[in-house]
Each structure stands twice: as C-alpha cells, then as structure tokens.
Design a protein around this ligand. Sequence first.
Ligand SMILES: NC(=O)C1=CN([C@@H]2O[C@H](COP(=O)(O)OP(=O)(O)OC[C@H]3O[C@@H](n4cnc5c(N)ncnc54)[C@H](OP(=O)(O)O)[C@@H]3O)[C@@H](O)[C@H]2O)[C@@H](O)CC1
Ligand SMILES: [K+]
Length: 504
Amino acid sequence: MKILSASQIREADAYTIQQEPIKSIDLMERAASRFFQRFVEKFSSEKPILVVCGPGNNGGDGLAIARLLYWHKFQVKVMVPSPTKKTSDDFRTNYQRLPSGIVVLYPDDILQSPQQLDTVLVIDALFGTGLSRAIEGELAQIIQVINASSAYVVSVDIPSGLSSDSDSESDRIMQADETFTFEAPKRAFLLPETHAYCGRWEIIPIDLSKACIEAMECTHFLSTEQVIRGLLRNRSPFQHKGDFGRALLMAGAKQTLGAAVLAAKACLRSGVGLLRVHIPKDASSILNVTIPEAMTWEDPQADCLSQLPDTEAYQAIGIGPGIGQAKETEKLLLQVIQQYRGPLVIDADGLNLLAKQKDGLALLPPGTILTPHLKEFSRLAKKETFGFKRLDALQEMAQKYQLSIVLKGAYSAVALADGSLHFNTTGNPGMATAGSGDVLTGIILALLAQGYSSDQAARLGTYLHGLAGDCAAAELGQEALIASDIISHLPHAFKMLTSASNHI
Ligand SMILES: NC(=O)C1=CN([C@@H]2O[C@H](COP(=O)(O)OP(=O)(O)OC[C@H]3O[C@@H](n4cnc5c(N)ncnc54)[C@H](OP(=O)(O)O)[C@@H]3O)[C@@H](O)[C@H]2O)[C@@H](O)CC1
Ligand SMILES: [K+]
C-alpha cells in the first residue's frame, strides 16, 4: 500500500474533485460522514462530545462531523477559532450549516475553565495535512490544556500539530488516543519519535481517485498482508531439500552460544533445506543436543570465531549473532565480505565490527542485508539522527551502497537499494526482548538460501518475524514473551500467510 505525502494527498483530492467530478464541500461531507459512521460503531452517545475545530478544512470536517453527531442525538459542542481568524471556504459553509442547537465555544471559553475537558470526549479537528508551521497562540494553548486533561481524544485525519512528512514541535502536538485517517496512512504514524501521538490509528477510505493514486510515483509503502502474501512462494510436491538451499550461519562466541542456537532454530523453522552453523571450538555438543537438525563446523578457537570455513557449498551466509568483537572475528567478517559471492545477512556484532571500519559499507557486496536496531544504525551511519532525518539517512545508505537495510523497531523500516522504504505492519512491544534480533537473522538467512532476492527476504522475513511475535503474544501475553516463543510460533505465522486473510 502506498503511503502518500501531504502534497500527494492534496493532489489526489484535487484530481478527484475535478475528475469524479465532486464539489470540494461534498468531498468534505463524504469524509465527515465516513468518519461519523466509524465513530458511531465505536462510541456510544452517552458521553458529551467537544469537537475542536481549526481554521482550515480539517476544522471544516470537524463542523460537519458535529452536525452529523447532533442529528444522531449525541450531546455535542464545538469550539472554533476566534472570529477574527481567517477561515477556509468549506469551513465557513459548514459553519453556516451548523444546527442552532449546537453550543459554539471560543478558545477563551475553554482556557478559562479547562476542567470541563475532563468530562468530554474530544474530537480533534484543529489542523490536518495543511499544517505548514508550528501552531502558536490560542490553538497551541488549546492543545496543551487538552493534553493535560483526562479527555479521550479522537483525531480527525492526523493529530493536530503533527506534520505528516517532516519533524514537528513536540510540545504543540495533540496526544490522540485514536486517529481516523483519510484514505492513506501518514508517514509520521510510523516513526519511533512520533507514532505515539496517534494512538491507535485506522484508515477511513473516502474514495479518492484510484487511477490517480495508482499513477503516483511513490517511495514509501506499507507492507500489508496482501503484498507480503504475494512474495511467499508455493512449494511443489516434487521439490527436495536441495531445492530449499544450504545456509551457513556464523554465530556465537564462548559466552553467547544462545544467540547461535536461536538464529539456527529460527533458520530451520523458516524453510531452509540444510543448515550448517559455524561455532567456536567444543560447542558442537551443545548445538547437536539443542538443534539436532543443524550441522556444525567448529572453529579452531574456543573463545570466538576466527577462521573462514569453506563457503562454496552455501547459497547464503548469515553472520553476526553473538559473535563478539574480537580482532580475529573482525578479520573473519572482512574475509566473508570480500570473498563470498552469495547473498549475506549481517546482524548484531557483525554490524558493530563493520561500523569500526573506515568505510565498511563500501566493502559490502550489493544486495547484502543489514538488520540494525536504532543504535547500530547510528554507528553504521557514524552519526546520530532522529525522526525524518534518520529515515532520509536510511534511504540514502541503502541506495548509495545498494543494500537492503531493516531498521528494527515498531513498524520496522526496510530500505531497499532502489530508494524505496517499506514499513512493516506486524510485531508488538513484547518482542523487544533478548534474542529477538537473532531470530530475525535466522529467518532472513533461510529465505536467502531458498533463493528469495534480498529485497524480498528482508521484507518477508521482517513480516514473518513480527507475525510470529503477534501469534506468540496472543497466546502468552507480551510481558512473558521470550525469543524462543517467536520461533515456536513461526509455523503459525507461515500458516497464516498461506491461508485466509487476517491482517491489513
Ligand atoms: N477537499 C479536500 O481537500 C479534503 C480535505 N480534507 C480535510 O482537509 C484537511 C486539510 O485541510 P487544509 O489543507 O485546509 O489544512 P488544515 O490542516 O485544515 O488547516 C491548515 C490551514 O491553516 C493554516 N495553517 C497551517 N499551519 C498553521 C499554523 N501552524 N497556525 C495557524 N494556521 C496554520 C493554513 O493556511 P496558511 O495560513 O498556511 O495559508 C491552512 O489554511 C485534511 O487533513 C482533511 O481533514 C477532507 O475533508 C477530505 C477532502
Ligand atoms: K486533526
């Protein structure tokens, strides 16, 4: 699914108005009535509602929503900007259409007695995608008092003050409990710094022109179930284990063999034909007992990995989980990068060792997959960035070095060599636990060995990892979830993807 920028949405609005054709005010009515339909499915008419409206079309939506609620017996008041403020045409039309029974308040009425907010549900229609600067004055104060109150907040299109495609001033953003957004998700919903402002969000379709949206050039996408399903290959009855690839996993050091075990189990649970694990000396017995399905290759050293095994026989290599940062291991990583010609996935200390090199990224073969979390990404980029700037840096890195990079977190962002960014839609906070990243490496390694391209393996692997985590959390809760639970739910995740549709 495409994630449109604010200007692309404006373009789609304008195209729809012209081509459908439909008047702007009628498109606003359609948006308001779709919002209203969803709102009444979720909320009863018992709680009084305050719709806070800004001067533009988001405020116009708010006024139309207030009218529809009033007609359906909700107790509703509206707040509009002071009369001296400039308002949009469609705002004014909907202001004129407001039934006389609706009480109209001004910002001062609320600022003078903010305690009234504690007993209402607020519908936030102050600013939408037309926000062009930080909010100031009375409406900034309104946001602050609503955030300080115990009001439940449902935002129209986007939390007011949150810019959909660029960084925003954090003290002037409405903190929504829910956001009903029109037609397409907004980028700010997916970033670690801003996603919390939206609360739970959902898309309200308003039938903008499909032809227009399809024709739009886009760089940001949501990895929906439908898209991911299209990536997963069917198995034919005549395929044998040789068809599903041989993978080599280089993982573990003396104190961190668990990482090797987790990555290896996840790899085997993700469809690989054969797996060999390169581990430190004397660790074979542990691996043989915990994962009898895996073969091992023992390094001459007992503390860390130091020597390159014969890599010829493998379709893909995964390196990093638990390997530590010993000098010998650093040398080994560089040998792998420079000598191996198949696809690679690099994680954890593999990334940290890479970040230590002067220009480590330039050494990577095109198509390599990196799976950093935020801190590892900063180390690779050699600078710390935040919000949209981090996203830009991610896109730039993937494009410049022709890599697939999975930036892990809520809505993990998968940046591909073609400059596109794909936000993952599965996963939950229970997965922020030790070993979770090792599991992801194992899954991606298995997919690479099976012949998935690196951009497919990065997106599909990230989705499956999150989906298995969601299955585990549904059964066990988020708090008790450990990385092994993600692995044990991988079969459910694969089955869900190959059976009936459940996720967005
Ligand atoms: N037909 C359509 O297009 C549809 C649109 N829809 C709805 O419209 C919303 C977008 O509407 P919008 O473009 O009017 O922008 P919105 O965010 O309401 O207001 C911004 C206005 O305020 C101004 N302004 C900006 N920043 C400011 C600030 N910090 N402090 C003070 N003022 C500021 C800015 O004007 P400026 O001063 O920059 O000239 C602008 O006039 C969208 O989110 C959706 O809800 C739906 O109905 C579907 C159909
Ligand atoms: K809003």
